[in-house]
Every structure is written in structure tokens, then in C-alpha cells.
Design a binder for this molecule. Structure first.
Ligand code: ZN
Length: 491
């Protein structure tokens, strides 16, 4: 039976860069065996101990989740599709109303003129517009996803928008974070977003929180709002947002993006699955790259963020078919939408029948991010510390003619943007396979963009038995540009 196995973007590098693979198989397990049999790296990412699928990986046959029962013996027939869906680093009814305003506010004549295209639609009308005005929506982040959601929610007349961000506008944000402009580079995002949103609609009250969302402040903050729009870009905050939403009973309007791929859903424990029902555990640190490492098509967060705004508005209006128990997948490169069914997991640690998570935890630790990665703590020869060199020291050593080899573990397209002269490119994912190309007899400096991937490469090489001396370039090529050669562009 010929079945098609879809490989997600984040894992394609381990599958010969292919988006889909056609295999002959009678069961799901057999199909996955065949695909991973050819690609050992892919296998390592999908399976954990005792050959069980890792818990941050979901498998669907057509649109059915077969993972909960670990039913790898599920039969497949000709033409079926098997989708591997890993976690990716961003309607009210009578039984659960999203907005609980006792008395709806009235609209001024100015507001009636502004919202006329809403008011003439029966699905919104005067009552719906007044519900929007009564609504209080909390947005986590004003980045790629938060920019379009904030702008559309403000334009639609959502009465109160809470905005949480602690970041500063950087030139590299402007490719997608359209709420900020060139004149805002260097300003706190929260100020830039407030100005833009107030300009779009002065009737909207902006409540700005220039702070990091933490386990200490999340519950208090969430209780003040009707729903939360998750525009975060990292796993600890994603799990924090999910758990705080479940504990306070708020809907979580979810979106995430990576390169060309996006996901969206509405997680609302009162009505269905939560994020942990879908992904009980985060991927190990470093396995799924962030947008800063992997890149993202600028328009993608515009599409996913607009879908989040659409879902938030429907929850406020209490109409339409919300994305509850549905996971929407979007591939911008192929221009393809797919939809998968979600199920509430009775064993979910936070929204299940016997929850074990009853208060917020340490999410950095949960995601394996504290204590700091072992990469900066261990190396074979030295007394348990990875050796580092600064960009300035490296330049001095090159100038004095020391015998060094420099290995660049970034991706080829990053190498095209900027490079340090005389380096050899071996991307991180290939570094152990291509270990033979690194001369053990010479001192080796390893570098990447900022110093994290190179530390991982050194760790991987050391684990694989590399005998030579390995030194990490502190701050990567960015430090080289800052401290040695400003003509090397920063990206
Ligand atoms: Zn759950």
C-alpha cells in the first residue's frame, strides 16, 4: 500500500530535505520504520527509549490523532497520509462564555461611523460591536504574531487590549513585526506598539506591561482578562501561558510559526483540549530551532496572527465555529492549509481528570533550560569547562601566525551573508558525521552566529570521541563584527 509520510520543516534536514516521502507500508509503524530506516538522524529525533515515539511528536493518519493509544499498528491503505507533527519555538456558548460583561457599553456616534461595516452584518450588529467594546484581551508579545493580532483587534474595536512585552525594537524585527516602524528602532516595543495601536483606534484602551511574563505574575494578570492571545516565541512561555490559562479558565488563542510553517488553534480547557493535551512535554533544548536560528518568512506571522485575531473576535461574539479541538496547519511555501482533530487527553497533567499541575511551575526548568546547558560546563580535557576565546584574542592569534583551524557550524545561507576569512563550513547537523574533515592535530576554533550552536557542536564532537583541542568563539561572528571587523555584516 503506497502511503505518503509528511515530514515537518523542522525535521526535513534529517530526511534529505524532503517534505514528503512515499513508502509501501501496511501500518503506521511500518511506514515510519521505512522512513526512519533510511534516515538515522530522523529516527533519533522521533523515537526515545524503548523505541517509543517521543511525547513532543504527534502522528496523524489522515486527520486522526493515533498517538494517545500509541497505535502504531493502525493499518493504512493506499493513498493514506501519515503526518508527523512536532511542537514548534509561535465560540462562546451558554456553558462557557468568553466575555462576561454584565451590562454592555453603548457606542458613541463616532464609534458607530467607524464600525459601520461590522454593524451592518447580522453576525456582529450593534450587540456584537458592544461585546467587542466590553471585551478585555491580553496579548503576550508584540512581535511577529502580536503585531497583526494587535492591529486587527484594535481596528475591530476590542475595548481593552493588555499588551505584555519587555523587548526593544531591533532592525531585524521590521521584516515581519509590522506594528513597529523604522523610527522605532531602539524603543521599547511596548511603547512603539501602544503608539501604533492608539493611532489605529483611539477608542481602544491599551494596558501596557513592560515586563517578562513569569510564574509569579501570570495568574494575577490573566484573571483581569477574558482571553489570552499567545504570540510567544519560546517553549517555556508557551507552557506558562497554557497552564495559566487552564488554571484561570481562560481561552488561549494559540499561534506558532517556523520558516514557512504555521500552526493555530484555540485551547480552552472548559471546552476541549489544551496545549499540553497536544504536546505533554517540550522538545529537548536545541532540537527545534527558534525563528532567530531557523528564520521565518515575513508574511507568515501576518497570516497566522490574522487567524488568531479572527478566532479572538469569534470567541468575543460567541459565534461561528472556533478552532477548539482543531489544529490548523499552514504551509506558506506550498500554500496549503490542513486541519487535524484534537482530543482532550483525560491523562493531561494540567486539564485532565487527575491533574498534577495545580499551580505554576518553573518553566525554564521544565523545558530543560536551567541549569545552563551542559555545553558551557563540560569538556573532556580541561577541568570540566569549555575553553573559550574572544574575537579580539582570535584576531591576535591569527595575526601572530598561530596554527589554528576555524570551523563554522552555521548554515550555508548564513555563510553567504557573512563569514570570517579562512574558515571551513560544517553545519551543526553534520558536524559529527563529518568529524573526519577536522584535523585533530591542530587547535580548532569553532564558531557560529552567537556562540550557542558552536558550544553544542563542541559538546557533540567531544561526545563522539574527537581528540583534538576545541575552543569556542565567544559571541560568534557577531562579536567578530563588533570587535574586529565592522565590515562583516551583522544579521
Ligand atoms: Zn490538557
Amino acid at each position: 500500500m503506497a502511503v505518503t509520510v509528511f515530514i515537518p520543516t523542522a525535521l526535513r534536514q534529517f530526511a534529505g530535505d524532503r517534505a514528503e516521502v512515499s513508502v509501501e507500508a501496511a501500518t503506521v509503524g511500518e511506514a515510519l520504520e521505512k522512513v526512519t530506516g533510511e534516515h538515522a538522524e530522523l529516527r533519533r529525533h522521533l523515537y526515545g527509549e524503548q523505541n517509543a515515539l517521543r511525547s513532543f511528536v504527534n502522528v496523524y493518519v489522515n486527520d486522526e490523532d493515533i498517538r494517545h493509544a500509541q497505535r502504531l499498528d493502525t493499518p493504512v491503505k493506499d493513498g493514506d497520509t501519515v503526518s508527523i507533527i512536532p511542537a514548534i519555538a509561535g465560540g462562546a456558548t451558554t456553558e462557557a462564555e468568553a466575555v462576561k460583561a454584565e451590562v454592555l457599553p453603548t457606542l458613541s456616534n463616532d464609534e458607530i461611523a467607524r464600525y459601520s461595516r461590522h454593524l451592518i452584518m447580522p453576525e456582529v450588529g450593534m450587540e456584537g460591536q458592544r461585546k467587542l467594546k466590553a471585551a478585555r484581551v491580553l496579548m503576550i508579545g508584540t512581535g511577529g504574531l502580536g503585531a497583526p493580532t494587535g492591529m486587527y483587534l484594535a481596528a475591530a474595536g476590542v475595548g481593552t487590549l493588555g499588551v505584555v512585552d519587555f523587548d526593544v525594537v531591533d532592525a531585524s524585527n521590521l521584516q515581519r513585526q509590522i506594528v513597529h516602524g523604522t523610527k522605532d528602532v531602539g524603543r521599547p516595543k511596548i511603547e512603539s506598539a501602544r503608539d501604533r495601536l492608539s493611532d489605529i483606534n483611539p477608542h481602544v484602551k491599551i494596558e501596557a506591561y513592560e515586563t517578562r511574563l513569569t510564574s509569579e505574575n501570570a495568574l494575577e494578570l490573566f484573571r483581569e482578562y477574558d482571553m489570552v492571545v499567545d504570540g510567544t516565541d519560546n517553549f517555556p512561555t508557551r507552557y506558562l501561558v497554557n497552564d495559566a490559562c487552564v488554571l484561570t479558565g481562560k481561552p488561549n488563542v494559540y499561534g506558532s510559526i517556523f520558516r514557512f510553517e504555521g500552526q493555530a488553534s484555540v485551547f480552552w480547557a472548559a471546552r476541549g483540549a489544551c496545549y499540553r493535551c497536544l504536546y505533554p512535554e517540550p522538545p529537548p533544548p536545541g532540537l527545534v530551532p527558534s525563528c532567530a536560528e531557523g528564520g521565518v518568512l515575513g508574511v507568515l506571522p501576518g497570516i497566522i496572527g490574522a487567524i488568531q485575531a479572527n478566532e479572538a473576535i469569534k470567541l468575543i461574539l460567541g459565534g461561528g465555529d472556533p478552532l477548539i479541538n482543531r489544529l490548523l496547519l499552514f504551509d506558506a511555501w506550498k500554500l496549503r492549509f490542513r486541519e487535524l482533530k484534537l482530543r482532550k487527553d483525560p491523562a493531561c497533567p494540567v486539564c485532565g481528570e487527575n491533574p498534577t499541575v495545580k499551580e505554576l511551575i518553573d518553566y525554564e526548568q521544565f523545558c530543560g533550560l536551567t541549569p545552563p546547558p551542559a555545553a558551557v560546563q563540560t569538556n573532556s580535557e580541561t577541568e570540566g569547562r569549555m575553553e573559550e576565546i574572544t574575537a579580539t584574542e582570535l584576531k591576535q592569534r591569527i595575526d601572530q601566525g598561530d596554527d589554528l583551524q576555524i570551523i563554522d557550524v552555521r548554515e550555508p545561507n548564513e555563510y553567504d551573508i557573512a563569514r570570517i576569512p579562512g574558515t571551513k563550513l560544517i553545519p551543526l547537523a553534520q558536524v559529527t558525521q563529518r568529524m573526519g574533515e577536522i584535523d585533530e592535530g591542530r587547535e580548532t576554533v569553532v564558531h557560529c552566529k552567537g556562540g550557542v550552536r558552536s558550544a553544542r557542536a563542541i559538546e557533540a564532537l567531544t561526545r563522539s570521541g574527537f581528540k583534538g583541542k576545541l575552543v569556542n568563539l565567544k559571541g560568534g561572528i557577531t562579536a567578530w563584527s563588533n570587535d574586529v571587523d565592522p565590515s562583516v555584516p551583522k544579521y
